[in-house]
Design a protein around this ligand. Structure first.
Ligand SMILES: Nc1ncnc2c1ncn2[C@@H]1O[C@H](COP(=O)(O)OP(=O)(O)OP(=O)(O)O)[C@@H](O)[C@H]1O
Ligand SMILES: [Mg+2]
Length: 278
């Protein structure tokens, strides 16, 4: 059955209403074990768009590559960082930084986070280190978005064990469908062994070009995953690469661009999916 893609994409979420009070935070991991699919870009851009809608947002860099930290500060050697939180000795409040976007805070990371994985390995409760780190600030935010690294290792499991939801950025190439099957297996294991509350809140097609191949794969994804898929796609555009270099969210760097509007649309859908349930 051919899906009417135009009709799918024409869905308009309700415009988010202001929230009366802050927290407790909805914790969401931006997750896909495949590299370069737009996890970090989506964490920054959805975070900034949620903050524009008046939500108080913390983005957590949980990738030793530190791309989220560089993408919001231009700096990749920030100390203390999430590493210090995991191994102990600092408070979460001491590590959090404000960003240039009002309402958007950052928990920074750097390459030393790679060592935390080895350190955690011998710890009791090693899957819950990030959960322990976020517990003291859970009531200070409406959304906590965790930028995961492209792996299924212990750091990723820590992110999944503290999260209520997943956002899965997906590049619409044919092999991505295989990757989704693998991801589904990991998700089922985490749900049955560690975190039964974990839910996929949305699959987000990213870097979508004009080719019919992208369109065909997008239709397959919508047929396979239905309403889990967001009703918007992020266009492939040089403006996003430029915003990465400028260390700014696309919503500030090119505020009226299609890509910025697409991320605002995703944030509004997310608010509808999460806050609409309450
Ligand atoms: N919609 C887009 N259009 C054009 N370029 C994009 C888009 N989204 C991301 N990029 C670029 O692609 C590169 C990878 O994106 P990003 O870092 O967000 O992916 P990632 O999934 O976090 O990667 P990793 O798995 O390495 O953490 C970046 O240089 C970014 O600027
Ligand atoms: Mg990344």
């Amino acid at each position: 059955m051919a899906i009417l893609l135009d009709e799918w994409l024409s869905y308009e979420p309700k415009k988010p209403k202001p929230k009366q009070s802050i927290g407790p935070a909805n914790v969401l991991s931006i997750f896909n074990q495949k590299g370069g699919v737009g996890k970090t870009t989506s964490t920054i851009s959805i975070g900034a768009a949620l903050a524009e809608y008046g939500r108080k947002v913390l983005v957590v860099d949980f990738d030793p590559q530190g791309s989220l930290t560089v993408g919001l500060t231009g700096n990749h050697e920030i100390s203390p960082s999430v590493y210090d939180l995991i191994v102990g000795g600092v408070t979460t409040q001491e590590v959090i930084l404000k960003t240039r976007v009002p309402g958007l805070d950052l928990l920074p990371a750097g390459i030393d986070l790679a060592a935390a994985e080895a350190w955690l390995f011998n710890e009791v409760g090693r899957e819950y280190a990030l959960q322990r780190a976020l517990a003291p600030i859970i009531n200070d935010y409406d959304y906590i978005l965790i930028d995961c690294l492209p792996s299924l290792g212990l750091l990723a499991i820590n992110a999944l064990s503290v999260s209520q939801g997943l956002i899965i950025p997906l590049q619409c190439e044919f092999y991505a469908l295989k990757g989704l099957a693998l991801l589904q297996e990991t998700l089922e294991k985490v749900q049955s062994r560690i975190n039964p509350n974990l839910e996929v809140k949305g699959i987000l097609p990213t870097r979508v070009g004009r080719s019919t191949h992208h369109k065909d794969v997008l239709e397959l994804v919508i047929q396979g995953f239905g309403e889990t898929v967001f009703h918007t796609v992020i266009p492939d555009t040089i403006k996003i690469s430029d915003s990465t270099m400028a260390a700014q969210p696309i919503t500030s760097y090119a505020s009226s661009s299609n890509a910025a509007e697409a991320y605002r649309h995703v944030a509004a859908e997310l608010i509808e999916r999460i806050e609409g349930k309450k």
